[in-house]
Design a protein around this ligand. Structure first.
Ligand SMILES: [Fe+2]
Ligand SMILES: [Fe+2]
Length: 170
């Protein structure tokens, strides 16, 4: 079954969103580095690379289905965060948007009876649970530690250990 024109557009759009996420997290990594928060910078850099793989996953899937990849422009990042807390707030918001977009794609795939795409998207549905959970967990830890700045340094130290694991998407 050939992929529909509408699904093809949705996949191209989501590929773009994932690459935007990569750019967003890489920008946060830069800001964190400028603040000498190298553990947070590492966490955001790893996250950026993960997002690159998410985008590439959509690209490869579209090719497998005989679609045409469209690499349109990636939106600029407004880097006006003034704290690590604001970055995690923005991260959580971005992931909530991505979750809603993926859910809408799953609904479209069901409506089109495109079960291969449903199966493909299931990986992203599960991944979004993890993405929202990890952003909100770190955000809560930062907020709980508000009165004790040393907490921020403890979290920074912990996040310096995050390593990239290449996801097996499809
Ligand atoms: Fe993603
Ligand atoms: Fe993830």
């Amino acid at each position: 079954m050939k992929i529909s024109q509408e699904m093809q557009s949705a996949i191209n759009r989501q590929m773009n969103n994932e690459f935007y996420s990569a750019y967003l997290y890489l920008s946060m990594s830069a800001r964190a580095s400028e603040m000498n928060m190298n553990g947070f910078a590492n966490w955001f850099e790893v996250q950026a690379k993960e997002e690159f793989y998410h985008g590439e996953g959509f690209m490869k899937y579209l090719i497998d289905r005989g679609g045409k990849v469209a690499a349109t422009g990636i939106e600029a990042v407004e880097m006006n965060w003034t704290s690590i807390e604001e970055m995690y707030q923005a991260s959580l918001e971005q992931e909530q948007v991505v979750t809603a977009d993926i859910d809408a794609m799953v609904a479209l795939a069901h409506a089109e009876k495109d079960f291969a795409t449903v199966e493909f998207l299931n990986w992203y549905v599960r991944e979004q649970v993890e993405e929202e959970a990890s952003a909100s967990e770190i955000l809560e830890q930062i907020r709980e530690g508000d009165s004790a700045p040393c907490v921020l340094f403890q979290i920074d130290k912990r996040l310096s250990k995050r390593k990239l694991e290449k996801p097996e998407i499809w």
